[in-house]
Design a binder for this molecule. Structure first.
Ligand SMILES: CC(C)(COP(=O)(O)OP(=O)(O)OC[C@H]1O[C@@H](n2cnc3c(N)ncnc32)[C@H](O)[C@@H]1OP(=O)(O)O)[C@@H](O)C(=O)NCCC(=O)NCCS
Length: 378
């Protein structure tokens, strides 16, 4: 194809993909100074003006002429805002790559740009488009998810960045796939009621989280926790919450003091992709020792239940049924279930492993969205 004459212009709702021009060199150079760009792409570091000039005025035109890379300038709000490219590979498959100026991020621009080039790839006869990103690039993963990329896998050391191997996510979309998000990507809504605040867990909560999970009572009732539970364990747990949301598995809140924002505990609704019943969820929690005995967890679970039973279209988890388990002897936890209207459905025998190799019975509770909730008037 000839450059720039044959470069197709693609548009969608305020976003235009067009051939690059010399005028894009300076803004492209500026975008490449962004630390996020350097962190998540393979651009040279340091990145000089000459790199941008070489890329835009030599490599990109050559890519179109030789047919090995089709790169478009993304124009948004009347300005050059980034670049997106398709790289054809053998067998009607190709890969996509993209980057956006910091000022233009978070406006859905890349989502529209990606939708356009995926459609273009299929029009040019591709059967599949592949997306890759280094593990941890959540913005990129969300763009791909929104455009219908699916079957995400993690390949340890699958990518290479400036000579260093990095873990990589890979997902793809096929010609016949519906270009819509697959599965839920949950959010963590901030909820404040009855003297507690539920919010996202943050890295600054790690110390309080470690204290809570090292506490003798927490260790006794949650035998799966590392012992001792170290700061790295707490940091790893906080970090892993994002994957939990993105994969649709569950939602975890930090319970915080509404005045000081200090972490008081943790409440989760999980198992949201249960193999047999995708409308159920399990409630789990622990409280920091200095927050126990004053109704914090009962209030927090009430908030979590409200969100769990809210329909997905209204921003909730759309659950029909919640379950909760508390081990024999864990009176406080059973009380939290009862005051929140859960029904005791039975006892699972020898179901809760202890650290000493013994197994305790588990008390099972459930709550249906149609149940009358305490204090709710329902
Ligand atoms: C990745 C990148 C292209 C996204 O561009 P963008 O214009 O922000 O994309 P969009 O606005 O279309 O969508 C971004 C989505 O990701 C979400 N997002 C951004 N950062 C996120 C994060 N850290 N965690 C979770 N979601 C995140 C945004 O909220 C938005 O979703 P929403 O519209 O549902 O709220 C941009 O951040 C970028 O250029 N990063 C540096 C280069 C890069 O990483 N390129 C991709 C290499 S694989």
């Amino acid at each position: 194809m000839r450059f720039p004459e044959d470069v197709p212009t693609l548009t969608d709702d305020g976003v235009t993909l067009r051939a690059h021009t010399v005028a894009d060199v300076q803004p492209a150079y500026e975008i490449c100074q962004d630390p996020e760009m350097q962190r998540w792409t393979t651009i040279p570091v340091p990145y000089v003006l000459q790199d941008a000039a070489h890329f835009l005025t030599e490599l990109i035109p050559a890519g179109w002429r030789e047919g090995n890379t089709w790169a478009w300038a993304i124009e948004y709000d009347g300005r050059y805002a980034g670049t997106i490219d398709l790289r054809p590979e053998d067998g009607n498959v190709g890969e996509v790559g993209f980057a956006m100026a910091p000022w233009a991020r978070g406006n859905g621009v890349m989502t529209r740009a990606l939708g356009l080039v995926v459609r273009y790839g299929f029009e040019r006869g591709w059967d599949r488009v592949t997306w890759r990103a280094y593990v941890g690039n959540w913005g990129s993963r969300r763009v791909a998810w929104k455009c219908g990329f699916r079957n995400l896998v993690t390949i340890p050391a699958g990518g290479v960045q400036r000579g260093v191997r990095r873990d990589e996510w890979v997902a793809s979309i096929a010609r016949d796939d519906v270009p819509e998000p697959q599965g839920n990507w949950w959010r963590v809504p901030a909820i404040e009621a009855d003297g507690v605040r539920l919010r996202t867990l943050r890295s600054t909560d790690a110390k309080r989280l470690m204290e809570a999970c090292n506490d003798a009572r927490t260790q006794e009732w949650l035998a799966g926790l590392a012992k001792p539970y170290q700061l790295e364990d707490a940091e790893g747990f906080i970090e892993s919450r994002q994957e939990n949301l993105a994969s649709g598995e569950g939602v975890t809140w930090g319970i915080a003091d509404p005045d000081t924002d200090e972490l008081l505990g943790n409440v989760s609704v999980f198992d949201l992709k249960n193999r047999i019943d995708k409308t159920m969820g399990e409630v789990g929690y622990w409280a920091h020792p200095d927050a126990r005995g004053r109704g914090v967890m009962s209030a927090a679970v009430r908030c979590a239940i409200g969100h769990a039973f809210t329909p997905v279209e209204d921003g909730g988890l759309g659950r029909r049924r919640l379950v909760l388990f508390a081990a024999e002897g864990n009176t406080a936890s059973q009380r939290v279930a009862e005051v929140n209207g859960f029904t005791r459905t039975g006892r699972e025998r020898a179901a809760s492993p202890g650290r000493d190799g013994t197994f305790r019975d588990l008390h099972a509770f459930d709550l249906l969205s149609t149940d009358r909730l305490p204090g709710s008037g329902r």
